[in-house]
Structures are given as structure tokens and as C-alpha cells.
Design a protein. Structure first.
Lengths: 121, 121
DNA sequence: GTGATATATGAGCACTTGTTCATATATTTC
DNA sequence: GAAATATATGAACAAGTGCTCATATATCAC
């Protein structure tokens, strides 16, 4: 027919019981939002490289910049994202700022993804 | 001075030994790329909701559409992304297509992130 | 076959994101 | 104090992303 766009499926094809059951257990928006933000922080080439590097060793912005062959500015921008997502922490020593992974969970999530990728080669 | 933009830090502040050591163990670009793509698939509100729903029960596009109160079209688009990232699989039954999580890793990554979020409330 | 319906897909558009460049801040050295 | 240097940050811009709408495909019922 295509006269008007169909926004919902008709009643008879929806498994109402399933929808209701799942709906009842749906976490609140804040939780979902935080979880998406958390994973989003992992979802970038540069940030994955940074996280991988930090999983090997604590490093300063300079080190990372040299390692990835990118400007300190872009690294700093990305470290800001990682800081906000609480994936990394830092300590200052004079002019130099050293970054390291925030906690064990980060490494676990990282390793889990890693393993998943490796298995499907 | 600020005459010209500084692209690299000076030699003396780089911890050359660390950079070299980490650089030697750096995974190849394809691996890094795949890992970033993998996490990217988790990094969206709608997709997290879909993944959460599928972690509770196998569901068809209609069900998900009704559950999230979004058009079947947008759900279908997102399921495509999740399919490509191999986070979900599907089975067809007549007109209806049922989606479910691809494998155990997905659930583990998901749960790990989830636990991380919950702990920092 | 036709009509209805579940899902998929391409184009378009608003919004987001990552990098670059210029500049600012902080710390050390003189 | 001034100069040098490590890092941070804001603006600008190109590239990417998610939704909407229109339309296509597939399956079922007749």
C-alpha cells in the first residue's frame, strides 16, 4: 500500500508477553546511557591504541605521541575522553603527566574483546 | 616561542626504552581496527538497548521496535550494524526474523561493562 | 495472481566526532 | 623575572553516524 509510513507492526505479530517481560526488567535510561558512553570510549582506533599501550606500561603524553606517531595535541584530546569515561587515571611529575589504566575492569573488558577478535581470525 | 607548531616532544623527555618496548609488542593494524569496530558496535544508546533486550530473550524486529518505541526501520538499521559486527545472529520464520546474541563473549563483555558502571554509582 | 505485512535498504539531513592549528597554562631552568 | 618545554584547550572543518522517509523484497493468505 505505501500510502502512509508504517510505524509499528500489527498487533498479531508482536509477542506481547515477551515485550512485557523484557520491558519490566529494562534498566533505567541513566544506566543505559552510561554503559553506551563507557563502550563508546573504546570505539576508536587511536583510543584503542592508547589503551593497549597503557595496558603494557604507564606512559606520558610524549611517549604515547611518539609511539603512535601522532601530535601531542591529538593524544591529549583523546586522553581527555578516556579520563572523562574514567578509563585512565594520571599522576603529575613536574611538567610530565603519566597516564595509566583506571582499574582492573578496564583491562578485563579490553582482554575480553581482544580474545573475541582473535578467535574469529 | 610559538613561531611554529611543535609536533613532537624533545628527545630528552621521551622514555625511549619504554616506547621501544611497547612498540615492539604493538599488535598489527588489522587487529586494532577490528577491536575498535567491535567496541564501536556497543557504543550507542539504541544498540545497547537492543543488546540488553536480546540478552534477556530472543526477539523479532517487531518486538524490539515495540519495546524501544522506535520505528522498525531504525531498529533494522541498527541490527544490520550489530550483524556486521557479529554481535547478533538471526533465524527466519516466515516473514518474521528472530535475533539473538551471537556468542558467550558478547554477554561477557556486556556484563563486564555493566558491572563496571554499577560499581561507580 | 493480488493484497497485506515483516523486514531491509538507499538517500538525505542534522548531529557528532577526530584531527589540526593556534593559543593558553604549568613547570623547570636560567 | 624570561625562555623553554610538556600538556591542555578552544575553534574550525572534514568525515562519520543515526534517524526519517520512501521504496524494495519476501512471505503469507486469499
Amino acid at each position: 500500500m505505501s500510502k502512509n509510513q508504517i510505524d509499528r507492526c500489527e498487533r498479531n505479530v508482536i509477542h506481547q508477553n515477551i515485550v512485557d517481560a523484557v520491558s519490566g526488567r529494562m534498566p533505567d535510561d541513566t544506566m543505559i546511557y552510561n554503559l553506551a558512553e563507557f563502550f563508546k570510549a573504546f570505539g576508536d582506533l587511536t583510543r584503542i591504541r592508547i589503551l593497549w599501550a597503557l595496558s603494557e606500561s604507564e606512559m606520558c603524553v610524549c611517549d604515547i605521541s611518539a609511539l603512535l606517531n601522532m601530535t601531542p595535541s591529538s593524544i591529549s584530546h583523546q586522553l581527555r575522553v578516556l579520563k572523562q569515561a574514567r578509563l585512565v587515571k594520571f599522576r603529575k611529575a613536574g611538567k610530565v603527566v603519566y597516564y595509566h589504566l583506571d582499574d582492573i575492569h578496564i583491562r578485563q573488558v579490553f582482554d575480553q574483546g581482544w580474545q573475541h577478535i582473535k578467535e574469529r581470525q
